[in-house]
Ligand binder design. Structure first.
Ligand code: ASP
Length: 446
């Protein structure tokens, strides 16, 4: 039987009580053979993550200040887990190594990685599994670039002889053994790499929510969990701000066709969200999978008579943005007009220079910038085969008293993107969600 890789996040392993829950989950299915862990996270809302304490130690030591009180806080977190679980573990020796490192040449990535390293060692001892250090096989180039193929080869060779192992998330090392980390939340990425390397049949990502929500619960209360979603839908929603997984965690498993299951450590019976290439028939019928959005966009409006006849106009406009390192998000066009939607923060870094170059190189009849745009993505493969979804979405926005400033629908019919004023964003999302849930209910009734 192909194994299951289970990754547990920081809140899932924040203290001894959580360790017990996780151990029970792991033992409940003998296929859960490879376990990837984060560092202990927050135990309550006012608490501090161990990773943040480690960064703090490094900052203090690098500034020549005393790091010991913060290191003692970290000792306290691990000591409590060891004591309450009754594990034999040489914590003092481990912390001495970290302390020596801080006193000689503190390195940020090495320090940050120690939370995952210690937690994995502890959890391996708690379960009676092997500990396998990610620094041995998760490979980075000396400049910090992640090396995917090398990692996959090394990880599969290292893990295949192991029956069961716990692997720390978040970090790896270059050939010289120097530690490098992924960006924050990167244990999700390690979990995906391990899943690919051992050809897992499933990548379980255990966290503190019961899956991905239909929309932002700060805008629409109790939005409901998405039971199934495709990798592509997930990518669209995550890009627009719905966050449930580290962005880079999807690619390794998607390529290998391994489904991801988002699960809740505190409610292990909840089925969570399944992410895969295809949807089961019931989910495929559903027109919309989720709604997400973000504020902070600007639209560059360029007008030029006979633009359509001028070959290369669009390419030149986009290349000016590219030359200044500004990616474009959407690009709706008319016959003689073109709008390019960009992230305002990225655009602000070179606004004047970009506008000057457009004037100089393209000599448009009219050039303006509209700031303060919010973009809403209504996402679902199911809308492809169904009439009237767009009409329903646009009427909902109109009924919410919101003016639509821009519309973009990709040719794949996977999403409808709507631009509205930032001030109207929440109202528009609420209107769309209301209309879609009314529609689903009436379809079910009929
Ligand atoms: N511990 C790291 C962080 O806090 C990585 C992770 O939890 O995935 O970002």
């Amino acid at each position: 039987m192909q194994p299951i890789v289970a990754k547990f996040g920081g809140s899932s392993l924040a203290d001894a009580k959580q360790f017990r829950k996780v151990a029970e989950i792991v033992r409940a299915d003998p296929d859960r053979r490879f376990i990837v862990v984060s560092a202990p996270g927050k135990r309550s809302s006012g608490d501090t993550k161990v990773t943040d304490l480690l960064y703090r130690c490094c900052e203090l030591a690098s500034a020549g200040k005393d790091h010991t009180p913060v290191l003692e806080q970290i000792r306290g977190r691990f000591e409590e887990i060891i004591r309450e679980l009754g594990i034999a573990f040489a914590l003092d020796a481990e912390l001495d190594v970290i302390d020596r490192h801080l006193r000689t040449a503190p390195e940020r990535d090495y320090m940050a990685s120690r939370g995952e390293y210690l937690n994995a060692k502890l959890f391996a001892a708690c379960l009676g599994f092997s500990f396998y250090d990610a620094a041995e096989a998760v490979r980075f180039a000396p400049d910090g670039r992640f090396l995917a193929d090398e990692t996959n080869a090394l990880l599969s060779a290292a893990l295949s002889p192991l029956e069961r192992a716990v692997i720390p998330g978040f970090y790896g090392a270059d050939e010289t053994g120097r530690v490098h980390t992924f960006s924050r939340g990167g244990s999700d990425v390690t979990g995906a790499l391990v899943a690919r390397a051992v050809s897992a049949r499933l990548y379980e990502n255990w966290t503190d929510v019961s899956g991905m929500l239909f929309t932002d619960p700060r805008i629409v209360p109790n939005p409901g969990v998405i039971d199934h979603i495709t990798y592509r839908e997930l990518r669209e929603l995550s890009y627009m701000g719905a966050s449930v997984l580290h962005e880079d965690a999807v690619f390794p498993v998607r390529r290998a066709g391994i489904p991801i299951n988002i699960r809740n450590t505190n409610r292990p019976d909840d089925p969570g969200t399944m992410i895969s290439h295809d949807l089961p028939p019931a989910a495929a019928q559903r027109p919309i999978t989720g709604v997400a959005g973000r504020k902070g966009f600007s639209a560059l409006q360029v007008e030029m008579s006979l633009m359509n006849n001028e070959i290369g106009f669009g390419a030149r406009l986009l290349s000016i943005l590219a030359a200044h390192g500004v990616p474009f998000e959407h690009c709706p066009t008319g016959i003689d007009t073109m709008s390019v939607v960009v992230d305002t923060a990225a655009f602000n870094a070179c606004r004047e220079a970009v506008l000057r170059q457009i004037e100089l190189q393209l000599r448009p009849d009219h050039l303006s910038v509209e700031d303060g745009l919010a973009m809403i993505a209504v996402v679902g493969h199911g809308m492809g085969g169904q009439r009237g979804i767009a009409a329903r979405v646009f009427s909902a926005v109109a009924e919410a008293g919101v003016n639509i400033r821009m519309i973009d629908q990709g040719s794949s019919e996977l999403n409808i993107i709507i631009g509205v004023d930032e001030a109207d964003y929440e109202n528009a999302v609420r209107g769309i969600c209301r209309a879609l849930s009314d529609a689903t209910e009436s379809e079910n009734d009929g």
